[in-house]
Write a new protein. Structure first.
Length: 146
């Protein structure tokens, strides 16, 4: 990329030399040297200014049509994400994983409770079906000791 492209990116981003230098964390003299063609322009600086200018092309095909302006990331469909939302994505992903794990544990507990309930219902049915005077199978009733 040449010096004219760097200047164009900086201007597209709406940044003065001083503000662009502060954005890149460099001395304004360094930026002036890059724009004058006196020094090699680091690729990271070009990518940073490209993104600041709203061009996401340096990130490749997955970001084709995406733009970034005023702290907002916009999809080609027009959906916008604030930088805070983007930064929170790893935390949100971790939270969702924890909730999914908790849901799976709860489902397992519910399945066990349903099985226990079905067993209890079966016992109640078998007890209710006994005829008066019928002797239960041996070992199922404890005898009281006096």
């Amino acid at each position: 990329m040449d010096k004219h492209t760097l200047r164009t990116l900086r201007q597209d981003a709406g940044l003065s030399v001083d503000r662009a230098a502060a954005f890149l964390g460099i001395n304004p003299r360094t930026l002036r040297r890059w724009e004058a063609g006196d020094s090699r322009i680091p690729p990271a600086a070009l990518v940073a200014l490209s993104v600041a200018a709203g061009h996401l092309d340096p990130y490749g095909a997955p970001f084709a049509g995406w733009t970034a302006r005023n702290g907002e990331l916009a999809t080609p469909e027009g959906e916008q994400f604030h930088i805070g939302t983007v930064r929170a994505a790893p935390f949100l992903r971790q939270t969702v994983r924890a909730l999914i794990d908790e849901l799976q544990r709860t489902r397992a507990e519910l399945a066990k409770a349903r099985a226990d309930l079905e067993l209890a219902r079966a016992l109640v049915r078998s007890t209710a079906e006994k005829k008066p005077g019928q002797v239960p199978p041996s070992g199922s009733v404890r005898r009281r000791r006096r």
